[in-house]
Every structure is written in structure tokens, then in C-alpha cells.
Ligand binder design. Structure first.
Ligand SMILES: Nc1ncnc2c1ncn2[C@@H]1O[C@H](COP(=O)(O)OP(=O)(O)O)[C@@H](O)[C@H]1O
Ligand SMILES: [Mg+2]
Length: 289
């Protein structure tokens, strides 16, 4: 049995992770029994941050692949370099290792970002790796994973428009860890830490920024609200105005920060700018900051 409480505390302190005690415990537990980990959550909930922190804590090199519909086997596994093959044939030297092969050989963490976007043919390359730590490279050799090799994958919630569902065979080989939005108090601490707030009224700026992004998540006009990144950007921008935190400056900072981070429902008469403006004004008009 591992003392997860102590490990989690160390990870939080060393890598400046705010909260996430339960989720870090789950990741550490899954890692300790050699399970493949799938972290599910909205953009900006901290999936990459947690994965990196855990890998660093276990001294693992981090091999990252960001998936899209164009992520093919050679991007994940590797490929023979054609001119070199002509000169030397199908040998070790002519094979360019992809992140999967490198992580397996070195015993690192393979981080597969947005794995659900990976085409099924590429997903299939992972099946024996995830089951038994074995990968066959045709014309070269069969690779057995180093004992410290492990996999963390991420996906956005499957309810999303445009998000393909991960193949059943693949999903069956992961344990699932869900990241929800953190509570307002923790989000405020993250904003203060990540936006490097120094001048102006730090507490007030962080609170207002958090409140604004929270309202974007609750608004019925908005299909997808802002992640914490929106608040971090907004807080960093508004703090540059010094003490002039007028509504005009807040609106400007909010539009710049949130415009591309939120998605409106269809068929609205209001523009995105108007919707953001109204949210900012409603938050500023509350008296409790
Ligand atoms: N619990 C947390 N503690 C500290 N910073 C966090 C935390 N969660 C998220 N962040 C910060 O929020 C931003 C987005 O996190 P990230 O891990 O990139 O999200 P995701 O990978 O889910 O899109 C980063 O700047 C990250 O440092
Ligand atoms: Mg990420």
C-alpha cells in the first residue's frame, strides 16, 4: 500500500497545484497499480497540469502527443525514413521513433492529449501496448515496455458537440478519472497564482474575474462557458490598468479574454460582445467585492 496522502501533499506543494486532493489521489493510486489513466474534463480544468505534475513527481520523462483526426500511426509509433531505408535497409538506424516507442523504451509517461480525436486505426495500435506493454514494429522488432512506462490520456466530455466517442476496445483498457470545475475559492487562488497579480487590488480582481467566468458557465445563452484560462487572462489584463478598474476597462479585458473561449447557443439576437458586456456589468453591480 502506498501512502497517497503524503504523496499528494508533496505533489501539491512542489508543483503548485491548488486543491485536487481527491483527483490526485486517484491518479497516484492508478499509477501505483500500473493502470492506464484516462482523465476526462472540460478545457482548462487542469488535465495537463495534473498529468505533468504526477509524471515529474515520479521522475518520468514526458512524451506528449496532441491528437487530431490526422494523427496517424507514424505520428504515434514512428516510421522508417525512406532515403535511409534505401541506403541501409529496415534496421534500427533507419527507424524514427515516435513518442510511443520512446516512452516505452525509456520508461517515461506517454501523454495522449484528446485521445478521442485519434482515428480508430491509430487507436488500434495502442491495444496490445495498453494490455501487455508489447508493441510490434513490422520489419524491425517487438518492443517490450520498460517497467516504468505508463500512459495518461485525456478527453473532453463525450457529451460535447463534435467530440467523437472513444472506441469501446480502447476505453475498456483505461481507468477513468473525472475533473469537474473547481470551487470558486480554489479558482480564485489559481487565478492569483497564474495571473501573477501584483499591483492593484489583487483579491478583488481575482474574485471578479472568477465570478465573470462562472456566469458564462451558468448563462442560458452560452453553450460552452469559459475555462479558468479566461479568468487568468482577464485578471492579468485588468491589473495592467493600475487603479483604473472602470467598467469600460473590465469590459475590454473581458471581451479580449473570453471572446474565443465561449460558444453561444444558436439563434440568439444578441452578439457575443453584448452578452459578455451584460455579464460583466451584472457582476460589477453586485456590491460584495
Ligand atoms: N488545480 C490547479 N492548480 C494550479 N493551477 C491550475 C490548476 N488547474 C488548472 N490550473 C491552471 O489553469 C490553466 C489550465 O490548465 P491545463 O492543465 O492546461 O488545463 P487542460 O489541460 O485541462 O486544458 C493552466 O495555467 C494551469 O496552470
Ligand atoms: Mg491540456
Amino acid at each position: 500500500m502506498v501512502d497517497t496522502t503524503e504523496i499528494v501533499k508533496e505533489i501539491q506543494e512542489k508543483y503548485k497545484i491548488i486543491g485536487r486532493t481527491e483527483e490526485l489521489k486517484q491518479i497516484v493510486l492508478a499509477h501505483s497499480v500500473g493502470k492506464n489513466i484516462l482523465i476526462e474534463g472540460e478545457v482548462g480544468v487542469g488535465k495537463t497540469t495534473l498529468a505533468k505534475a504526477v509524471a515529474a513527481y515520479f521522475d518520468s520523462d514526458f512524451y506528449r502527443i496532441d491528437c487530431s483526426e490526422e494523427t496517424l500511426t507514424h505520428n504515434l509509433v514512428g516510421y522508417f525514413d525512406p532515403p535511409l531505408v534505401i541506403a541501409k535497409g529496415y534496421v534500427e538506424d533507419t527507424y524514427v521513433q515516435g513518442p510511443l516507442v520512446r516512452a516505452m523504451l525509456e520508461g517515461g509517461c506517454l501523454f495522449i492529449n484528446e485521445i478521442n480525436r485519434m482515428p480508430e486505426s491509430t487507436q488500434n495500435e495502442l491495444l496490445t501496448v495498453l494490455d501487455e506493454g508489447i508493441l510490434e514494429i513490422p520489419k524491425l522488432k517487438t518492443i517490450h515496455a520498460h517497467e516504468d512506462f505508463f500512459v495518461i490520456a485525456t478527453q473532453n466530455p463525450s457529451a460535447h458537440v463534435g467530440v467523437t466517442v472513444l472506441g469501446e476496445a480502447l476505453i475498456d483498457r483505461f481507468v477513468w478519472i473525472k475533473l469537474n470545475y473547481q470551487n470558486p475559492e480554489e479558482e480564485i487562488l489559481i487565478i492569483k497564482q497564474e495571473a501573477n497579480l501584483s499591483n492593484g487590488n489583487v483579491d478583488k480582481i481575482a474574485k471578479i474575474s472568477q465570478n465573470i467566468i462562472q456566469k458564462t458557465r451558468e448563462s442560458t445563452s452560452i453553450r460552452r462557458g469559459s475555462s479558468i484560462r479566461g479568468a487568468i487572462d482577464m485578471a492579468a489584463l485588468i491589473s495592467q490598468y493600475g487603479n483604473d478598474n472602470s467598467s469600460k476597462n473590465w469590459i475590454e479585458s473581458a471581451v479580449m479574454s473570453l471572446y474565443n473561449k465561449i460558444e453561444l447557443e444558436d439563434g440568439l439576437t444578441q452578439s457575443k460582445k453584448e452578452i459578455i458586456t451584460n455579464i460583466v456589468l451584472a457582476v460589477l453591480n453586485k456590491s460584495d467585492f
